[in-house]
Design a binder for this molecule. Structure first.
Ligand code: NAD
Length: 354
């Protein structure tokens, strides 16, 4: 494994490899960039097929967090952690608390939160060894589930995208496909139905489909025919990489605005394909930053009103991305990275005078 090649390429500040003999904890904490503030990002507990895959995942995810926080205008850096192993087999209190001690060793340079494989109860164990934790349950003074904030931000970003494309942010007569009906997808559909949109849905879990069909009169579609649906808007809210050469070959949607992370399999290639086809893509890390904005508010002393104020900035953040893309004639993903990197550079220059 060529650790330094990857770290140099992606420009990380620090990568901490954590091992504990007693609990057999194997974890990696990646701190990508702390120019804007402490590196915040969740801990993923996953049964990686190899140590290389775990390293690649944590490096890519932490870089994504830097961009997300920066484009959102937050004073946060980007970080992420992975714990290697099957959570159903090896997760226990001692292991999680040992991980908490490693987080504590970083003295607040890294702040952790929930991610795949780590739930609220696990966060309580981690929190017993470190205060550098966010996304705690409301009962513990935290900000609770970030998903409604993420979904609201996606809804606003979708309206901003519609404004750019159709000259009106009105979604009432739009046909919208939502793929992935978990926490984010569910709350997004509730906003869309309130506005009067026609919503087509698909999830790999039948129970998730039935729930939104019953509650919102959403229309179920065949998972193999998502990209053939006669609809203007596609909202990916499941896992990443649903935008790839296979799906983009015959894509008919006019715009893409959804909550999933890492929607493009290859940022450059697939971002360019969308641009060439005239499909307006709302970059994932800009449109889905509502949950991070909510969690960030927890660090200032939580207020729901303040969190919502921040989430509402997603509308203008998305507009900024489209302005940059138009001016520089680049795809919107590239424009979003430019927006994020530009802010980091500007604040970094400012720090020289402190
Ligand atoms: P979730 O686990 O609650 O829901 C995901 C849903 O997607 C599940 O119902 C699952 O069955 C479904 N799914 C998985 N693969 C699918 C496929 N191929 N086709 C259709 N459905 C599929 O997760 P969530 O919290 O709703 O997050 C959804 C996405 O948004 C993820 O990519 C996540 O990383 C991203 N995201 C979430 C938040 C948040 O606040 N929850 C914040 C930022 C980004």
């Amino acid at each position: 494994m060529n650790i330094f090649t990857e770290i140099i390429e992606l420009e990380h500040e620090q990568v901490m490899v954590c091992y504990d003999r007693n609990t057999n904890l194997k974890a990696i904490i990646a701190i990508h960039n702390t120019v804007l503030g402490p590196a915040l990002g969740g801990t993923r507990f996953w049964n990686y097929t190899s140590e290389e895959t775990a390293l690649t995942d944590v490096l890519r995810l932490s870089r994504g967090m830097t961009f997300k926080a920066s484009a959102a205008g937050l004073n946060l850096g980007g970080g992420k952690a992975v714990i290697i192993g099957d959570p159903n087999q090896i997760k226990n209190e001692a292991l999680l608390r040992r991980f908490g001690k490693f987080v504590q060793n970083l003295n607040g340079k890294y702040i952790t939160a929930e991610d795949v494989g780590v739930n609220e109860k696990d966060m309580e164990f981690i929190h017993s060894e470190t205060s550098h934790v966010t996304g705690l349950p409301v009962s513990m003074g935290g900000s609770g589930d970030p998903s409604p904030f993420t979904a609201y931000g996606v809804y606003l970003g979708m309206k901003a995208t519609a404004k750019k494309l159709y000259g009106s942010e009105d979604l009432s007569r739009k046909k919208i496909v939502v793929q992935g009906l978990g926490k984010v997808g569910y709350y997004l559909i509730s906003h869309l139905k309130k506005e009067g949109s026609t919503v087509y849905v698909y999830d790999i879990q039948e129970s998730a489909i039935q729930k939104v069909v019953k509650e919102f009169k959403a229309i179920p579609i065949d998972g193999n025919k998502i990209f053939e649906t006669d609809a203007e808007i596609y909202a990916p809210c499941a896992l990443g990489a649903t935008l790839n050469p296979d799906t983009l070959a015959n894509i008919k949607f006019q715009m893409i605005a959804g909550g999933a992370n890492n929607q493009l399999l290859d940022e450059e290639r697939d971002g360019n394909t969308l641009m060439q086809k005239g499909i307006l893509y709302a970059p994932d890390f800009v449109i889905n930053a509502g949950g991070l904005m909510n969690v960030h508010t927890e660090l200032e002393g939580y207020s729901k009103e303040r969190a919502l104020e921040k989430v509402e900035t997603i509308y203008s953040n998305i507009e900024k991305v489209y302005q940059i893309a138009d001016k520089q004639k680049v795809n919107t993903q590239k424009a979003a990275i430019y927006l994020a990197e530009n802010r980091i550079q500007a604040i970094s220059n400012l720090k020289k005078f402190m």
